[in-house]
Write a protein that binds this ligand. Structure first.
Ligand code: NAD
Length: 365
């Protein structure tokens, strides 16, 4: 990940659209509408190149990540993904599974830095299982290393034994620590490095490499260390104390799902996966929700917040990212929510109408 992009006069961007499966195309259509509004109101010019991934790609080409999709991503600034998967492909052989499309795109583009912001909003406190007073002012960014550790180490199993090797190199830790350092610099300058350094050698390497990178390259950033078991507890007892949480792949997977409960619904959580070249894959945290697909019930906020992340991290359009986030927060304050949150809630399109209306209003101010 390079320096955060600055707003420039360059107004033409290329984005690959990957609608995918289930509710993926429904929430992707909302993103496209919002980008159209930004084009009209903010002079933003985004060329959307729609391609296939997941089950949709398997049906069309037999491959969950066709070469045409890879080529289009290579020629673009970012990719915007709906979701992949569904019962239709559940019994496919391992090399024809929709999820393989996601794993391969992460590997193909070296998307080592996964960002998951966790921000609570007063209008949504009642949807979280935590007490409202614990949720005040929660604004946390989880930075998870995404391409190393035990998920990618050597694996084997026989009837009596199994092994998943957790391996990290200095370079892998340095690059994701730099990304976390830059992000902390744009926020409150605080990083919590989460590990298990009392037990694991990989965690001890993380501590020594990450603390050196922060000391030498980010003198304004303060880093504290926390064991993963303590972090799991503090996320529920004092979540507002965290600013940036930096951690390895497995711990990040578990802690980010735990933290998502602070917000109230899966349908509210965006994510970004970035590489060195500022290319990013932006997608809601949720899956393809086949149980509600095609019914106009999908919550589009996670996708729209993913668009805001794309504007910020890959396109360098901070003002537009903030305008979109403000429009979304205004909708939350006005109680404009889908049925995963309110029994009498709005449809996917009604929520998107409301966001577009506010975005247009903000531009007119
Ligand atoms: P899921 O996230 O699709 O759904 C879990 C529950 O949350 C469902 O009840 C669903 O209706 C609800 N939900 C999810 N997103 C919602 C939204 N935007 N608005 C309203 N409700 C929403 O997880 P799952 O059911 O475990 O998986 C379904 C499929 O999605 C599987 O094939 C799985 O492999 C795939 N999946 C894909 C991704 C991805 O594309 N990144 C992530 C997770 C799961």
């Amino acid at each position: 990940m390079n320096e955060p992009l600055k707003k420039t006069d360059h107004r033409d961007y290329r984005v690959v659209g990957l609608p995918g499966d289930g509710i993926g195309p429904e929430v992707y259509a909302c993103a496209r509408r919002v980008l159209n509004v930004l084009e009209q109101t903010h002079g933003l010019c985004i060329q959307l190149d729609e391609q296939k991934i997941g089950g949709d790609a398997i049906d069309a080409t037999g491959d969950p990540l066709p070469q045409a999709t890879i080529d289009a991503c290579r020629a673009s600034d970012a990719a915007l993904l709906g979701a992949v998967g569904g019962p239709k492909w559940d019994n496919n052989p391992a090399d024809r599974r929709p999820e393989l499309g996601l794993l391969r795109i992460r590997a193909e583009f070296n998307l080592f830095c996964n960002l998951r912001p966790i921000v609570t909003h007063p209008s949504l406190h009642s949807f979280s299982p935590l007490r409202p007073e614990l949720l005040e002012e929660v604004d946390l960014m989880i930075v998870r290393e995404l391409t190393g550790g035990s998920y990618f180490g050597k694996k084997w199993r026989n009837e009596d034994e199994a092994e998943d090797v957790c391996r990290y190199t200095r370079e892998e830790i340095e690059r994701v620590t730099r990304a976390a350092g830059r992000i902390a610099g744009l926020r409150d300058n605080r990083i919590t490095l989460v590990d298990k350094a009392n037990v694991l050698e990989t965690s001890r390497l993380w501590r020594s490499v990450a603390s050196r990178v922060i000391e030498e390259e980010f003198p304004g950033v303060r880093m504290e260390n926390m064991y993963v078991d303590a972090a799991a507890m503090h996320l529920l007892t004092r979540p507002s104390d965290f600013d940036v949480m930096l951690t390895e792949n497995l711990f990040g997977d578990i802690l980010s799902d735990e933290a998502s409960m602070l917000c109230g619904s899966l349908g509210l959580l965006p994510s970004a996966s970035l590489n060195h070249e500022q290319f990013g894959l932006y997608e809601p945290v949720h899956g393809s929700a086949p149980d509600i697909a095609g019914q106009g019930k999908a919550n589009p906020y996670a996708m729209l917040l993913s668009v805001a992340m794309m504007l910020r991290h890959s396109l360098g359009r901070e003002a537009e990212a903030q305008a979109l986030e403000q429009s979304i927060h205004e909708c939350w304050s006005a109680g404009i929510l889908t049925r995963d949150l309110r029994a009498d809630g709005c449809s996917t399109n009604e929520v998107t109408d409301a966001v577009c209306e506010r975005l247009t209003g903000l531009a007119a101010v």
